[in-house]
Design a protein around this ligand. Structure first.
Ligand code: BES
Ligand code: MN
Ligand code: ZN
Length: 490
């Protein structure tokens, strides 16, 4: 897919489909170039359709002149409320309208109301991400053609180099979506390790897989407790990106990698959506998606470690009993009062391992708690960190990506909820504030001198109906935020 800045003006542009964004103000003035190209009749028809430019309003026309198959007008709402996500959503509507066409799709938006560079990138990215359709598991998928290219119209003097990152970024998001969408019988811990191995074939990469026996040697009792009831061996994945030249920063990303979470003996019953728990590796998908993009983008001066303690949470005669006491690799003992709070056990040993690398920052992503979904809904992830500048960096990266991220309190007094009678701590606190105690639990396994952030993505990892740039299903949440965070900080 070719993405370019059109050199022609709106009046002269040629292609299959033209998508035009219009704000809800001074419509007549905005329609001047259209009038020049398509004549008075189109304007009258627009008026007749009562198109005013309200957000998400659509007016579409087929076979409008010799060259154009389709013209789509999309409302962007009031200019004073116009944010980048409005453009992304409009671009996404345009992309859906374009299905079935073969030629180029032209997009003309009110660029001048934005920083042109970020707006053009966001719009092209949104269109590409909206074309994603997972047909891997269909015997005879219906294939609808997508446009051959995207032309951004009205930005004639822009530098095309600026668009270079779009495809790597979208490929990263695509990988994350495919990993999350793949069911647990296909995406096993070993398969997750294979995915990392495929990425590691590229230049600047190293891969280390710790097998079960290696994890035993490391004393990873928390992680190993989670998978002891599964027939599948755990795979502790450590992928490293090392740029050429000097290294000024060293970052670690950790992703929760439960390829299935049955809950264990605290089995997920009733409305707990056990059949959705293939997505419990969403954190690791975001991490590998980011790795894919970073390996292609090759940012300088930053070394990035991608870590996943992959396994399944299952039940059999060897599975952990509720109430078992185990020991993590930092020596802390844990009473497992709930086997369904397994993600934090795998992350505990991953955080200890990451701390030993002495990086400049550690960020973990995890589908950790249902409580976070109750608190923030399914469009916003929760962010916990004691480090204000790390919070600022991540929130600004998420804002730029148009991904929802909200800082939550790492409220120390709630740590009392994790007190155990017999061990150093329990893995589960009271139901109320469950996403906060989960974050406080993780904190126990991080070297205090290292800036650390935890992102709970249990809500946005999946979208039942699809929304904006996300088709129904796996969203690939986190990839674009993490790429921004890695590439944009000084
Ligand atoms: N993977 C789940 C969290 C989850 C639940 C994600 C629903 C998305 C939707 C996690 O392992 C879990 O089971 N958490 C428990 C924790 C509880 C036992 C303290 C939860 O949220 O119910
Ligand atoms: Mn669980
Ligand atoms: Zn889980």
């Amino acid at each position: 897919m070719e993405i370019s800045f059109a050199t022609e003006s709106l009046e002269d542009w040629n292609g299959s489909l033209l998508v035009i964004g219009l704000v809800e103000e001074n419509l007549e003035k905005q329609l001047v170039p259209l009038k020049k190209r398509f004549g008075e009749l189109l304007l009258r028809s627009i008026e007749k359709k009562k198109f005013t430019g309200k957000s998400k309003e659509i007016a579409s026309y087929q076979l409008i002149d010799d060259s154009l198959e389709k013209l789509v007008l999309i409302g962007l709402g009031k200019p004073e409320n116009l944010v980048l996500n409005e453009l992304r959503n409009a671009s996404s509507i345009g992309a859906k309208e374009s299905l079935g066409t073969n030629g180029k799709m032209g997009i003309y938006f009110p660029w001048t109301l934005f920083n042109k560079d970020s707006a053009s990138k966001a719009v092209a990215e949104a269109a590409l991400l909206s074309f994603f359709k997972d047909v891997r598991f269909l015997s005879s998928p219906e294939v609808k053609s997508i446009p051959s290219g995207i032309d951004l119209i009205g930005l004639p003097n822009s530098n095309k180099d600026f668009l270079k990152s779009i495809i790597p970024v979208c490929n990263g998001v695509g990988l994350a979506r495919e990993l999350v969408g793949a069911p647990a019988n296909m995406l096993t811990p070993a398969e997750l390790a294979n995915t990392a191995a495929l990425l590691a074939r590229e230049k600047n990469c190293q891969l280390k897989i710790l097998e079960k026996k290696d994890c035993l040697k490391e004393g990873m009792g928390a992680y190993l407790a989670v998978c002891q009831g599964s027939d599948l061996d755990p795979k502790f994945i450590h992928l490293t990106y090392k740029p050429d030249g000097q290294i000024l920063r060293k970052l670690v990303l950790i992703g929760k990698g439960l390829t299935f979470d049955s809950g264990g003996y605290n089995l997920k019953v009733g409305a707990s959506q056990i059949e959705m728990m293939k997505f419990d590796m969403g954190g690791s998908a975001a991490v590998l998606g980011t790795a894919k993009a970073i390996i292609e983008l090759k940012p300088k001066e930053v070394e990035v470690h991608f870590i996943i303690a992959a396994c399944e949470n299952m039940v059999n005669g060897s599975a952990v009993h509720p109430g078992d006491i185990i020991e993590a690799s930092n020596g802390k003992t844990i009473e497992i009062n709930n086997t369904d709070a397994e993600g934090r056990l795998t992350l505990a040993d991953a955080l200890v391992y990451a701390s030993k690398l002495q990086p400049d920052a550690i960020v973990d992503l995890a589908t950790l708690t249902g409580a976070c979904v109750v608190a923030l809904g399914d469009e916003i992830a929760g962010l916990w960190t004691g480090n204000d500048s790390l919070a600022k960096g991540l929130i600004s990266a998420a804002n730029d990506a148009g991904e929802g991220l909200w800082r939550m309190p790492l409220y120390q007094p709630y740590k009392d909820g994790l007190k155990s009678l017999l061990a150093d701590l329990k893995n589960t606190g009271p139901r109320q504030g469950g996403s906060i105690t989960a974050a406080l639990f993780l904190k126990e396994f991080v070297d205090e001198s290292i800036p650390w952030a935890h992102i709970d993505i249990a809500g946005p990892v999946w979208s039942d109906k699809g929304r904006g740039i996300n088709p129904a299903g796996a969203t690939g949440y986190g990839v674009r935020t993490l790429i921004n965070w890695i590439c944009n900080q000084e």
